[in-house]
Design a protein around this ligand. Structure first.
Ligand SMILES: [Zn+2]
Ligand SMILES: [Zn+2]
Length: 144
């Protein structure tokens, strides 16, 4: 029951699995993510431009990883790069600020009657003065 589609990136025909990209493009992107993540692991606090220059991975792709919360900006100057899609507040990763995320969660909890205490906010990077510093969102573990 393979649904054939054209890859949104390279145009190759592939068996659709829920992603608009073929396995080659996904693998390619995954490799680049690993390169970026490893670079950040060894050089924590690098800027997007630094990382892009050092790894050859385009800044747009690094931004995409940030949007997907696979990487995280450490700086409160992240407003140069990422904004909350709801209120426009500067954010370090993902699409929404903590406030809007909390509001969304609260709304959902109300809807489903789940009222659990929220996780403490992650603002331990905020004291760093430098711009656009990034860290890997997760420590490397399943790495060979
Ligand atoms: Zn492709
Ligand atoms: Zn917001």
């Amino acid at each position: 029951m393979s649904d054939l589609r054209n890859c949104a990136k390279c145009g190759r025909l592939f068996g659709y699995t829920g992603s608009p990209f073929c396995s080659f493009c996904i693998e390619e992107e995954e490799d680049k993510y690993k390169v970026v993540r490893d670079y950040l692991y060894d050089n924590p606090g690098s800027s997007v431009v630094d990382v892009s220059e050092a790894t050859g991975v385009p800044t747009e792709l690094i931004m995409k990883f940030l949007r997907e919360e696979r990487l995280q900006l450490s700086s409160d100057n992240a407003n140069m790069l990422l904004e909350c899609e709801t209120c426009g507040k500067p954010i370090v990763s993902g699409r929404f600020c903590q406030n809007c995320k909390d509001n969304l969660k609260k709304a959902l909890r109300k809807e489903f009657g789940l009222d659990k205490p929220a996780a403490p906010p992650q603002d331990d990077f905020k004291t760093r003065p430098d711009k656009e510093r990034m860290y890997t969102a997760s420590r490397r573990k399943n790495d060979e």
